[in-house]
Design a protein around this ligand. Structure first.
Ligand code: SF4
Ligand code: SF4
Ligand code: FES
Length: 275
């Protein structure tokens, strides 16, 4: 089961999503670009019946939205269509990082738009992309050492251990700890601690040392899995079987099967029993 995150605990997004089931959402094709204001195709606020509407402010403009919806749905309800800044709608892809303040509170808060429920008087905007220094490399040619990390991301050494990154992470990841593990050259530890990172970019937005923590995390995971982790023998054997064409005939059959046939095969597939 997926780990319960900070945003899950604070904001029961599933309830909110249920409340909005009647409203249309952006199609898959519409999800991949920046938020653009368009005339709303969602239900008019007046059709909401008993559902209470609350004011929120999207990029400074006031909108009335149902009080139970996620920020993502509130954007759409207000007439915005997601072309970027939205992907999985399930707290996995990290595309919907949102920055907001609430009335009477000086603090800047953050959350995933698909997992965070709106609050009355919320001022918000999205940061679907954060400019970040990204090293390019050939993984095969890299040594899994601290020198490699420092060469690719020398700014790592500027960490002042302020923990601003850990405090902002919607996944409750110990970001500072994995950066510090990388600085020590403990690639395995950095890989483990950063494992649940969804690359939302929020940590980098707060780092006074301008470190891009999530790229360091993914580099450690790549180095660990390619050069340090024990190879899975079963997986290796299965890849060899595939390469030798052992399943070619079955693959061909599947490629030609109709949707109904595929669904039937899926329903009747062999499954390992658990426990
Ligand atoms: S990018 Fe940073 S803030 Fe976002 S999930 Fe990964 S570690 Fe957490
Ligand atoms: S925010 Fe930057 S400087 Fe502060 S602990 Fe995280 S990586 Fe280090
Ligand atoms: S849309 Fe993927 S995490 Fe929110």
């Amino acid at each position: 089961m997926a780990k319960q995150t900070k945003t899950d605990r604070k904001n029961p997004a599933t309830e909110a999503d249920r409340a909005m089931q009647a409203l249309p959402t952006a199609t898959e094709a519409e999800k991949a670009e920046q938020v653009q204001p368009v005339p709303s195709e969602a239900a008019e606020p007046g059709e909401e019946g008993v559902r209470k509407l609350i004011p929120i402010y999207i990029m400074g403009k006031e909108y009335l939205v149902p009080e139970t919806v996620t920020i993502l749905k509130a954007f759409e309800y207000s007439g915005y269509r997601f072309i970027r800044g939205c992907g999985c709608r399930g707290g996995i892809c990290g595309a919907c990082a949102t920055v907001y303040r609430t009335a009477g509170d000086y603090r800047i808060k953050v959350g995933l738009a698909c997992q965070t429920v709106v609050e009355e008087g919320m001022y918000l905007t999205q940061i679907p992309f954060y400019p970040a220094n990204k090293a390019t490399y050939h993984l095969e040619e890299l040594e899994p050492t601290v020198n490699t990390l420092m060469k690719l991301y020398p700014e790592m050494a500027r960490c002042v251990s302020c923990n601003s990154c850990g405090k902002i992470c919607p996944q409750d990841i110990k970001v500072m700890d994995y950066v510090n593990a990388a600085i020590r050259g403990d690639i395995k530890r950095a890989a483990e601690l950063s494992f649940e990172c969804i690359m939302c970019g929020l940590c980098a937005s707060r780092c006074p040392a301008e470190i891009v923590q999530y790229y360091i995390g993914i580099l450690c995971r790549r180095l660990y899995s390619r050069h340090m982790a024990k190879q899975a023998e079963d997986l290796k054997a299965r890849v060899e079987e595939i390469e030798q064409g052992k399943f070619a005939e079955e693959f061909e059959k599947l490629k030609k099967a109709s949707e109904e046939e595929l669904m039937k095969l899926y329903a009747e597939r062999d499954m390992e029993t658990v426990g």
